[in-house]
Ligand binder design. Structure first.
Ligand code: 5GP
Length: 203
């Protein structure tokens, strides 16, 4: 039987480059699976049902909560966001490492319910660089940039709750670093309890 996969939670400031990092990891390695969340927020231009999110009404989302279909959920800027359970469990049992790109409240719930999960916080190299990236997108108004900076200040408070803090300076180096972390995580003794017992009993 394949070794069970690890739940990898990735959080980080808007502008840290989470999307690019995950894309790089998924393109290079087939050992990862990306969980698609459910949300009650409206789709943005270009977003597709089942690709970025599963878009739900509040009633549908609350029914999913009641039925226990979500591994975790949180309310963020007036909308629900949650991780569907079935896909996560299926991919973990196939031995894939399942990536959840979620905010901090959800990340902490995952750690509580799945203590073996890995929490990783992604950051740009400096606050100045974060601002530059947010302004550099050129698509955001001054107010939006300021509100993302305010949100970043709030999120920065919880960084020490994460297991890893990774700086995204150059995307390929960053993806390799994250992959290296996951390989080391797979080698942690507590994850190989069954094999250890087997070897012990044969001694
Ligand atoms: P956005 O609306 O910009 O796509 O996402 C807003 C925030 O919700 C981001 O920080 C994103 O990581 C987080 N998020 C997305 N999906 C989930 C989820 O399933 N659970 C939780 N707790 N947060 C999520």
């Amino acid at each position: 039987m394949a070794e069970k996969g690890i739940l990898l939670v990735v959080s980080g400031f808007s502008g840290a480059g989470k999307g690019t990092l995950l894309k790089a990891l998924l393109e290079k390695y087939d050992s990862y699976a990306l969980s698609i969340s459910a949300t009650t927020r409206a789709p943005r231009a270009g977003e597709q049902e089942g690709r970025e999110y599963f878009f739900k009404t509040r009633e549908e989302f609350e029914a999913m909560i009641q039925a226990g279909e979500l591994v975790e959920y949180a309310s963020y800027v007036g909308n629900y966001y949650g991780t569907p359970r079935a896909y996560v469990e299926e991919q973990l049992s196939l031995g894939r490492d399942v990536i959840l790109e979620i905010e901090i409240q959800g990340a902490l719930k995952i750690k509580e319910h799945f203590p073996d999960s890995v929490l990783l916080f992604l950051s740009p190299p400096s606050a100045k660089e974060l601002r530059r990236r947010l302004e550099g997108r050129g698509t955001e108004s001054r107010e939006v940039v300021e509100s993302r900076m305010t949100r970043a200040r709030e999120e920065a408070v919880g960084i020490e709750e994460y297991d890893y803090f990774v700086v995204n300076d150059e995307i390929h180096a960053c993806a390799e670093q994250v992959h290296g972390i996951m390989q080391s995580e797979h080698a942690r003794a507590f994850r190989s309890q069954a094999l250890i017992e087997k070897i012990r009993s044969g001694l």
